[in-house]
Design a protein around this ligand. Sequence first.
Ligand code: NAD
Length: 295
Amino acid sequence: MSARILDGKALAAGLRAEIAAEVAAWQDKSGRAPGLGVVLAGDNPASRSYVTGKEKACAAAGILSREIHLPAAAGRAGILTAVQALNADETIDAVLVQLPLPDPAIERDIIEAIDPAKDVDGFHPLNIGRLVLGQTTFVPCTPLGVLEMLRRSEVPLAGAAVVVIGRSQIVGRPLSFLLSQKGVDATVTLCHTRTFDLARFTRTADIVVVAAGRPGTLTADMIRPGAVVVDVGVNRVPDPARPAGYRLVGDVDFEAVAAKASAITPVPGGVGPMTVTMLLRNTLDAARRREGGGR
Ligand code: NAD
């Protein structure tokens, strides 16, 4: 078997065109563009490039973006001031703080300072609580991108056995809530570093989502023939032949797993473009909710 490639780049392009049309219609009605405020602290090159990617995607969709770039030394007080300024800015509907912060110990405090009505990353405890309760909320962009990708690729989810590898607060754990929600109806097993005999779970799964951050976490012997595999991982592997000196790989042993799976996401060009697209979707939703228009 040779797997169908779930092309996140192509799916995202179609979705972004849909969102751009909705943004234009919303702007016609409300007289302004939806606005996203981004706080970037320090000069981590990966964070810089993620923020630039988000800003470019906003511009292409007709969403205004306002960046507050702070020096790494800005610390807790400086970052809180920036978040409060964006919370109070009437032209800004959505606020995100690019993680990781130079001091990861303050991340929780900073996230809790974001106005939950503008929390388009869905990391605020109020929004996570709403997700757990199955209420309307901002769902973190990567889990939402995975769900959208599976739905648009017509992968059956109701009753499917899904194994999620990784229990982080931004990917694995919210994804497990999302996929097991009423209306999605998958049966989810959440695995992590303390899972004994990971393959015991993955081998019986209809769908395996890998978000471990370690190349080679899922190998071909760990899946059943015909399984659907979603690779969330993004890992930089040194590669002197590339101008950047590295190449990106996922968490899945791609070639061998693709030979056995029925469908698989590539890295790059899989989940990544869907994540940024869901940020656009959440920003438009935030603007609609703030104007009381709903959807
Ligand atoms: P994290 O380090 O916070 O969490 C990783 C989780 O995986 C942990 O819960 C850990 O217990 C588990 N894990 C690690 N190795 C494992 C193993 N061998 N077996 C079982 N469980 C294991 O990472 P994260 O923030 O959730 O990100 C995961 C990966 O996804 C990273 O590579 C990250 O770069 C990538 N990511 C991609 C996108 C995207 O848009 N494509 C977005 C967010 C994160």
